[in-house]
Ligand binder design. Sequence first.
Ligand SMILES: Cc1ncc(COP(=O)(O)O)c(C=O)c1O
Length: 322
Amino acid sequence: MKGKILDHVYEAIGQTPIVRLSRMTHALEGEIYAKLEYLNPGFSKKDRAARAIIEEAEEAGLLKPGQNVIELTSGNMGTGLAIVCAAKGYPFVAVMSRGNSVERARMMKALGAEVVLVDQAPGSQEGQVSGEDLRLVELVTERIKRERSAFRADQFNRQGSVHAHQYGTAQEAWEQTDGKIDAFVDFVGSGGTFGGCARALKGFNPDIRCYVAEPFAAPFLAGREVTHPNHRIQGGGYGMTLAFLDEPSLVEDYVQVTDEEAIRVARSLAAREGIFAGFSSGANVAAALQLLQGRERGRNILITINDSGLKYLSTDLYASEV
Ligand SMILES: Cc1ncc(COP(=O)(O)O)c(C=O)c1O
C-alpha cells in the first residue's frame, strides 16, 4: 500500500504507473502501454522478483535468519536483492561479470552488498555480456555458495521470478488498462517477466498474443541461427535455454531487435516521452513499434520499462551517436 507510511522500503516495490506512449505512436494505429518499472526502489523491475524470491524462500523455510544470500546478476536483480536483504537483515553477495556497467556494482555496494566481479571470457567485450561470460560467473557463484552455505536466489529457476510478474505486474496492468490489452512483448533475460505476464494475461483472456523479443543476431529462442552472440542490450538475450519458457503455447512469435534500434528508440523514449530508461526498455519499445507496424496494427500492446537510464551513464547509450 503506497498511500500509507511503510515499515520497510521493499513494501514500495510494485504498483507502478502505466503511460501511453502517445508521442512515439502518434503516426501509427494502436497504442503502446508502458509500465514504468524503473520507478521501483532499485530503479528496475527486478525488485519485484527479488522480493518474491526472498519471501517465498522465507515461507518455505529455505532461508534462515542471518543466512547469506548469493546471486549471479547483471546488476538489477542484485540491486533488488541488496535492497530486500538490507531491509530484512541478510548478508548479500552479488556475483557479476565485469562486462556490465560500473554503476550497478557501485549501487549494490552502497546498499551493503559484497560484490564479486568476474573477468569476461577471452574475446568478449565490455558492455557485451555473452552466454559464455555468464557461464564463468556461474562457476564463481556456485563456489561461493558452497563455501558460505548461502541461499542462492537463482532468478533463472525459482518461481518467485515468475510469480512477481504473474500476480504483480500483469495483474496491475490488467486493472490499470481495464483489460484493454491485445498483446504483450518482452525482451527476455531469465524469462521471468515474460513467463509471469504471459501466464496471467492468457488467463485473463486467451486471445492476448505474447511475443518474445531477442537480439537481432542472436535469435536463439526463436530456434534460428545465432550469428553474433555478443550484443549491447544489457539484461537479456543470453542465447540459452530458459526454464521459464517451457510452455511454447504462451509464445505467439519472436521479434528481433538490433542494438542500433534499441539504442535509437531508448533515446527517442527519453527525448520525446520524457522516459529515461536503459537498452532493454528501448528494445521493448522497438519491438512493440515493429508489431504496431505489422501484425498488431491498431492494437494495444503492453510492455515494461525495465530500468533507469541512470544505470547506463558510463556507457554511450546517452553519450554519443551510435
Ligand atoms: C535491464 C533488464 N532488462 C531485461 C531483463 C530481463 O528480465 P527477465 O529476467 O524477467 O526476463 C533484465 C533482467 O535482469 C534486466 O535487468
